[in-house]
Design a protein around this ligand. Structure first.
Ligand SMILES: O=C(O)CCC(=O)C(=O)O
Ligand SMILES: [Fe+2]
Length: 340
């Protein structure tokens, strides 16, 4: 518990074990906020929206960036604010209330931990994290924190709404790629995990990162980043700061969708820089395959012109290597690449 970076109050300098090697230090972290990341407008009621136009925009953004912002998605402003509020409040609780969730074991279902792999990694990242599965809700909600008192109700309601949006986007992507209808509506999208990231203020952001360069592991991530910048996306070798837009979600494509689409869609690499003055809390929802799913490029997307790029694997094997690879800066798809 005392390992949480948020428990180490009043740090005047960055502890040695958080100072990154010079080649991955962010250096100057004051990047201009970038407005070239695509913004997709669902027009308020996504079930009634113009599917064809949005599908085109979605596929284009997922091919070029693997990253986009989503506005007018139908989740109320109040709910979004409540989500950020309970997420923040959790990290403000006294240590005793958080203690029982703290674990170094990634198999623990509702888990509070710090950095990525605190015990194994060479250098630590400046973030604490609470994560837990959230679908189906009734199987998981009783294991979530009871404090703050609104946590279960707010995060429960929110998880259902963001899952619905995620599946809607996956359905459009399915159409846009020309895959058979319902391609993702099975064990590939069975798991949903909620992740609450907390990045306390850091005495010297030029030496640290909240999260290193990585792509997300699953199919699709919907992130609520609030109004404090910190997220950056790598585009053509340049880090772009993702501008916080009011009531927007940041959506990104994960490794699994890159593989299924046989490389048509990109899982954009991103990282998180820290901030000298204020704490930043973000809430992500990951749509993930169930552990025993086979992950492979869709047959409809492999042919003589587009040979299969990755060998088939079982998702849980990939997950295991992903954590170590990510904390050590190794691209996790390398080991699955087929040579042509
Ligand atoms: O907190 C953020 O801005 C991004 C978090 C993230 O990339 C992740 O949880 O995978
Ligand atoms: Fe991420």
């Amino acid at each position: 518990m005392e390992k949480l970076i948020s428990s180490r109050r009043n740090l005047k300098s960055v502890p040695e074990s958080y100072i990154l090697p010079p080649e991955i230090r962010p250096g100057n972290t004051v990047f201009p906020l970038c407005n070239i990341i695509p913004v997709i407008d669902l027009g308020g009621d996504h079930l009634a929206c113009d599917g064809a136009k949005i599908t085109d925009e979605l596929v284009k953004a997922s091919q070029e960036f693997g990253f986009f912002q989503l506005i007018n998605h139908g989740v109320s402003e109040n709910l979004m604010q409540d989500v950020l509020k309970v997420a923040n409040e959790f990290f403000q609780l006294p240590a005793d209330d958080k203690d029982r969730f703290y674990s170094e074991d990634p198999r623990q279902s509702c888990r509070l931990y710090t950095s990525i792999d605190y015990v194994q990694e060479k250098v630590h990242y400046w973030r604490d994290n609470l994560r837990h599965p959230c679908h189906p809700l009734q199987e998981h909600v009783q294991f979530w924190p009871e404090k703050p008192t609104q946590y279960r109700e707010v995060i429960g309601k929110y998880s259902i709404e963001v899952r619905r949006i995620s599946l809607f986007l996956l359905d459009l992507i399915c159409k846009g790629l020309g895959l058979e209808s319902g391609y993702f509506e099975n064990e590939l999208s069975q798991v949903q995990s909620m992740t609450i990231n907390h990045y306390p203020p850091c005495p010297d952001p030029s030496l640290t990162l909240g999260l290193p360069k990585h792509s997300d592991v699953g199919l699709l991530t919907i992130l609520l980043q609030g109004d404090i910048p910190g997220l950056q996306v790598l585009k053509d070798g340049q880090w772009l700061a993702v501008e916080p837009l009011p009531n927007a979600f940041v959506v990104n494509i994960g490794h699994v969708l890159q593989i299924i689409s046989n490389g048509r869609l990109k899982s954009a690499e991103h990282r998180v820089v820290t901030n000298p003055k204020v704490a930043r809390t973000t809430v992500g929802s990951f749509i993930l395959p169930s552990p025993d799913s086979y992950i492979e490029s869709a047959k409809a997307l492999t042919n003589n012109c587009y040979p299969q790029l990755y060998r088939t694997f079982v998702y849980k094997d990939f997950l295991h290597a992903y954590i170590a690879d990510t904390s050590n800066g190794i691209p996790p798809l390398e080991r699955y690449k087929l040579q042509h």
